[in-house]
Design a protein around this ligand. Structure first.
Ligand code: TNX
Length: 635
């Protein structure tokens, strides 16, 4: 569709439109600054949120009313939160109370198994939910709404009625390529839980290393867990500790034991389970002795992880060792298998039957989608929408983990300014825009999309600092696409709610990528050149001799510093105080470079816009470029 010149006028966006709150963040141990409106405090966005009068000023000692084991357990979690704000709590069975609980008492109609109603008023806080999970999510919202001021902890008056869009709200973590200690894994889970995720997918085995101690097969830990002389694995006791930590936060841990490919570490420890001894083989041979080995490994896995799911990988099976194996050829003849993927299907079916006997559901990467796969298997779709739709049509429940936006090992900003990452790009805006449920599915079919998750592959992620940098703030956008229905999502609102969450990450010492500044250029007719593939830099052509440039930044408390001579901004560069008037003469371009400086000295990456004068005809000829641009831009 040709754009009319009137539409071509005016706006070039780097980043997005939002309202910059002008305040300093407090560094209190809990809660937000009281100048932020309640609408800007909660991520993921609740179904409904209304102001409710004055709000509650917490006393130094508070009574929490709880009448069942379920309510007492929620009460203890609330007490723990209050303790971080210096408030002591007594859990009581009756009488007046600052916090009243209705958990599992059928007094929260309409919010489903995981939903809640949170009411904060002058007289106190009431939480109604149908499960411990619902009460836990109410507590997360309560924490996000509450703030400390000179007179203590306050919760603004609010009524929140809320429940999730999806039942599988996950984050995946690869601990094979790089190991992360149980303490880091627990921090990872704690952040998930705060943002109302309920699945932690633990990628425990791969070619590089095997990370779960299996007492019957000690070489898995002794040899399989070692890479370049460094050995690291989780003992059964450590696994139990992490699983129970997660369970307290209503997070199900899904262990992944890769079968039959990506098994190089296990085969290094027990080479007899490959078809031959060729070094580097990473695929099991489907012999009876391999199945016996896997069954015993799964004995331990099934007991260590009491949740309903076991993920068996299944991706990227390298079939070379099968191709040269007389055993596999004989198996193919016997079972009338024409292809190697069918050999994989035979393996998956047997493992699935084994898991079913244990009352567990098999989850696998979408390569498991082969004839004969029982419909109870959950397909984790990583090859895009077509795979999601195919799996649903074949009757499977599906978890979406698309290798575009949901691969958090990808770059989240301009490549040259980011740490090493996998080649593609997944910006905050791309994550936020993603809809896990493909268009055009009937309601019944759409119900098969259990939810989604992001994958954190760690080939290039070494330290906890790097890990959380890749997770945040993208995980916040993911939280919202998993919890909030599409109709309730709004990018500008999300950006307005970001500062409070970055403050939470700071208070809890999680690293994150500081979103880059936004540049908006107004003036004459403008087009955008050289935009495709660029995230934070663009060339603007304008037919006006002067332009007005508006800068803003998503962290909410940063100082923007800029240059107009193409030099890198520094702490000494001009600070932005209001819109810039820039002259664009015919002879030279204006190169505007902007960086956001946080109060503690941290700096965002640089957004750049090179503005050049051009004739009206030239400008209008290129106007369509703006479409590409808008789609790629992210703070
Ligand atoms: C593909 S996604 C993989 C992983 C890599 C990842 C890197 C999938 C099931 N397999 O083994 O780590 O790409 O982005």
């Amino acid at each position: 569709m040709p754009l009319r010149p009137a539409l071509a006028v005016l706006v070039l966006l780097i980043g997005c439109v939002f309202h910059t709150p002008s305040f300093d963040h407090p560094s209190t141990s809990s809660g937000q600054d009281d100048k932020l409106p309640i609408a800007d405090l909660i991520v993921p966005q609740p179904r409904s949120l209304h102001a409710n009068g004055d709000g509650y000023s917490w006393p130094k000692h508070v009574r929490i009313r709880a009448n069942s084991a379920l309510e007492r357990s929620s009460a203890r979690q609330i007490a723990q939160f209050l303790a971080t704000g210096g408030i002591s709590a007594a859990i009581v069975a009756d009488g007046s109370a600052g916090v009243r609980l209705d958990v599992g008492t059928r007094r929260a109609p309409g919010v489903g198994a995981e939903g809640y109603v949170l009411t904060a008023s002058r007289t106190g806080v009431r939480i109604a939910a149908n499960s411990g999970a619902g009460a836990f999510y109410a507590l997360q919202s309560l924490e996000q709404l509450s703030f400390r001021n000179a007179s203590g902890l306050r919760t603004p008056g609010a009524i929140v009625r809320d429940w999730p869009r999806y039942t599988w709200r996950g984050m995946h973590l690869d601990v094979s390529r790089h190991f992360f200690s149980p303490a880091v894994v627990e921090r990872f889970i704690a952040a998930e839980a705060h943002y109302k995720f309920n699945v932690f997918h633990w990628h425990l085995t791969d070619d590089l290393a095997w990370r779960i101690g299996i007492p019957r097969y000690p070489r898995l830990a002794q040899i399989g867990s070692c890479h370049r002389g460094v050995c690291a694995f989780y003992t059964p006791a450590q696994i139990r500790e992490v699983v129970s930590y997660a369970r307290e936060r209503f997070v199900t841990v899904v262990p992944e034991i890769e079968i039959p490919g990506h098994s190089g570490a296990a085969i290094r420890a027990y080479p007899q389970y490959a078809c031959d001894r060729t070094p580097g083989t990473n695929v099991y041979c489907p012999t009876e002795s391999t199945f016996a080995f896997l069954r015993r490994v799964l004995d331990d896995v099934a007991t260590l992880f009491p949740g309903p799911y076991v993920h068996v990988g299944g991706d990227e099976v390298d079939t070379v060792s099968w191709r040269r194996s007389p055993y596999v050829h004989e198996l193919m003849r016997r079972e009338r298998l024409a292809t190697y993927p069918q050999v994989q299907a035979v393996i998956t079916r047997r493992i699935q039957a084994d898991l079913q006997r244990r009352g567990k559901r098999l989850v696998g990467w979408d390569e498991i989608l082969q004839p004969g796969l029982a419909v109870s298997a959950i397909v984790m779709s990583w090859h895009g929408t077509k795979m999601t739709v195919d799996s649903v049509r074949r009757g499977h429940d599906v978890v979406v983990a698309s290798d575009g936006p949901l691969y958090f090992d990808a770059f989240q900003g301009e490549r040259a300014q980011e740490p090493r990452a996998t080649a593609h790009m997944s910006t905050l805006a791309q994550v936020y825009d993603f809809n896990p449920t493909p268009d055009g599915l009937s309601r019944g079919k759409a119900a098969r999309i259990l939810g989604a998750q992001a994958n954190l592959w760690t080939e290039r992620i070494v330290t906890p600092q790097q890990l959380f940098y890749m997770a945040f703030p993208r995980e916040l956008a993911l939280a919202e696409i998993l919890w909030t229905p599409s109709a309730g999502k709004n990018w500008d609102s999300f950006l307005a709610r970001l500062p409070a969450q970055l403050a939470w990450l700071d208070r809890n010492r999680y690293a994150y990528r500081i979103p880059a500044p936004r540049i908006v250029v107004h003036g004459g007719r403008i087009n955008f050149v050289g935009v495709a593939g660029h995230v934070q830099d663009a060339d603007a052509r304008t037919d006006a001799p002067r332009v007005r440039v508006v800068l803003s930044e998503p962290a909410g408390n940063a100082v923007l510093r800029y240059t107009t001579d193409g030099r890198e901004p520094s702490a000494a560069s001009a600070a932005y105080v209001g819109p810039l008037q820039l002259t664009v003469d015919n002879s030279r371009s204006v190169a505007l470079d902007v960086a956001a400086y946080l109060p503690d000295g941290r700096r965002s990456s640089i957004s750049q816009c090179v503005i050049t004068r051009a004739s009206t005809r030239e400008v209008l000829a290129r106007v369509n470029a703006s479409h590409t641009w808008a789609a790629l831009v992210s703070p």
